[in-house]
Design a protein around this ligand. Structure first.
Ligand code: NAP
Length: 319
């Protein structure tokens, strides 16, 4: 019997591809391909599954993929998937929730520490040979311990960040979410607030919501104006959650102290982007979940979803 064809693209681990290859024909494309690429287009014309990260799967894409049964993201975020278009065509969609919580929380908390204590700037100071005397006061950082962290989007990753903040750094936690998170309240002493008081009271504000119509530009000019001028803003979710023009204004006018950004509205972020010109803004190339171990865990989880659909089941992480 002919094996079903699976298109794997952009960051699918070898182990996951080998697992899929036990029962499927797997064609692997190492980077995000476009439908202009003939080999990718040909594959999509026959493929029953696509597994990978970041490709925009919308109506135009689906028209070129008439046999598709599942689009399996190797990520927990799924703003690249047009769920309505997928549903209309009876194509399953899945993500990889849970497996990446601790890995991503480590990275985002690391970003918070790096921004507060200005670790990249002072690293550069040493490497540039400028450390001749006591560091000038201009390089002062701010304390993280015993301060207040406001988490916007207290989901799986938000809770893992709260755990680190509470038990590692004795922080007080505020959170803004549409639903109440009792476990986070009981375990980490988190208090639920409306968005405005969270912004006004937090020393660190960290966004961890998905990017949706509702959360698009949630952090706008009014939100940054509400923050303390001593506060640090961290974006670990998606670039679109932040109005970057407003963030630039907030930094220029010192409405906030600094920012740490793992994500941008355009990725890769253009090298002349104004946000890259602030020395005290820490910028990362979307590395939240980017560890060797986790890459494999997410790929395997996504592969399980593919195999479930190809075996006639509903995928465990159906969106
Ligand atoms: P999750 O468990 O679904 O958590 C998302 C939280 O956001 C939920 O608690 C949700 O609660 C809240 N939320 C959703 N819409 C909201 C709104 N309009 N206003 C306020 N709160 C809202 O997801 P997760 O696994 O923690 O992942 C969260 C996001 O992180 C992903 O979607 C992805 O975009 C991003 N992410 C980034 C990286 C990275 O590399 N930087 C890695 C992994 C994930 P309610 O629905 O009750 O409001």
């Amino acid at each position: 019997m002919e094996k079903p064809l699976v298109a794997a693209y952009n960051r699918v681990s070898r182990e996951a591809r080998e697992k899929l290859a036990e029962t499927c024909e797997v064609r692997y494309f190492e980077r995000s391909e476009t439908l202009e690429d003939p080999a990718f287009r040909e594959t999509m014309a026959e493929a029953e599954a696509i597994i990978g990260i970041e490709y925009e799967i919308d109506e135009a894409f689906l028209k070129q993929a008439p046999h598709l049964r599942i689009a399996a993201n190797v990520s927990v975020g799924y703003d690249n998937l047009d769920l309505e278009a997928l549903k209309a065509r009876g194509v399953y969609a899945s993500n990889t929730p849970g497996v990446l919580n601790d890995t991503t929380a480590d990275a985002i908390f690391g970003l918070l520490l790096a921004t507060a204590r200005r670790i990249p700037e002072t690293d550069r100071y040493v490497k540039d040979g400028r450390w001749q005397n006591t560091l000038p006061d201009d390089y002062f950082g701010v304390d993280v311990h015993h301060r207040t962290l406001g988490i916007i989007g207290m989901g799986r990753i938000g809770e893992a960040i709260a755990k680190r903040a509470r038990f590692g750094f004795d922080m007080d936690i505020l959170y803004y979410n549409r639903s109440q998170k009792r476990e986070a309240e009981e375990k980490y002493g988190a208090s639920r607030t409306a968005l405005e008081p969270l912004l006004e009271r937090s020393d660190f504000v960290c966004t961890m919501t998905p990017l949706t119509k509702e959360t698009y530009h949630l952090m706008d000019e009014a939100a940054f104006r509400r923050m303390k001028s001593s506060a640090v803003f961290i974006n670990g979710s998606r670039g679109g959650v932040v109005d970057e023009e407003a963030l630039i204004k907030a930094l220029q006018n010192r409405w906030i102290r600094s920012a740490g950004l793992d994500v941008f509205s355009e990725e890769p972020v253009p090298s002349d982007h104004p946000l890259l010109a602030f020395p005290h803004v820490v910028t990362l190339p979307h590395i939240g979940s980017f560890t060797e171990e986790n890459e494999n865990n997410m790929s395997l989880r996504a592969a399980e979803n593919v195999l479930q659909v190809l075996n006639g089941q509903v995928p465990q992480d159906q969106l």
